[in-house]
Design a binder for this molecule. Sequence first.
Ligand SMILES: [Zn+2]
Ligand SMILES: [Zn+2]
Length: 267
Amino acid sequence: MPRTLTDGIQWIQGCIPRPGLTADYVADPPDWYEPDREVHTCQNAYLVTGDRTLLFDTLSPANRDHVLAELDHALGGRDLDYLVVSHPEAPHAGNAFAILDAHPEATLVAPAHGNEHELYHLGDADRVAPGDTIDLGGKRVEFLQPLFLDHAMHIWLRETTTGTFFPVDWLGFPHMAGECLTVVEELDHEVTVDQLLAFHGRVFFWYQYADVAKTNGVVEELADRHAEDIVAPAHGLPITVDADRFIRRMATVVEHVNERGRLDVFG
Ligand SMILES: [Zn+2]
Ligand SMILES: [Zn+2]
């Protein structure tokens, strides 16, 4: 079942067991690791419901049946008005066609910047740029420039009435089986730098080449800007309290990758 994150925002999660990561941690377990449980990475999609509804991202084709069923639960019989894909990559856009087939009334929305992406037919979508908004009636989303992006055609989102920030592909981290659909503040441990490194040390490998002061200036800017927000990442658990303190932890992640280089690919 989807989880209500805050008023009018529901969280749909698809977890992927990572046996390679689990094995990595057996020999030298970090604080957050629980023996005898699997390590999960996850993909998240979020449904924003005002007078109209908007789904942000689609999960990957491997989770197709799951996301279609979860979306039906979350909609509770309502129409889907907008389907927004953050960027043309399987974990984010891979079920766009399946969702549009199930909800032909929905308008497909995609980032304006970048070339048409034939795989997902995003050229046919309504195209949005940073600063654009969609009024859902009681809820309003604003599209943001992604400051740590994964793709040339990529957009972040913020719901302005609840102050919920969706930084797709940044602020990811694995969790343990049993912690699915849990927000950070409900965990019985801190989300450690090591846990954030498991994601960013691979996906943001370019931190090793980056100017640390400059990069962490952006981390600081995002911490200030979203200090009061709920943070709802695409590949981690949401942060509902003290987002600035959490975001500032990313400065240490940048320093670590810069000093020690990238991590191996996911097992
Ligand atoms: Zn992603
Ligand atoms: Zn999980």
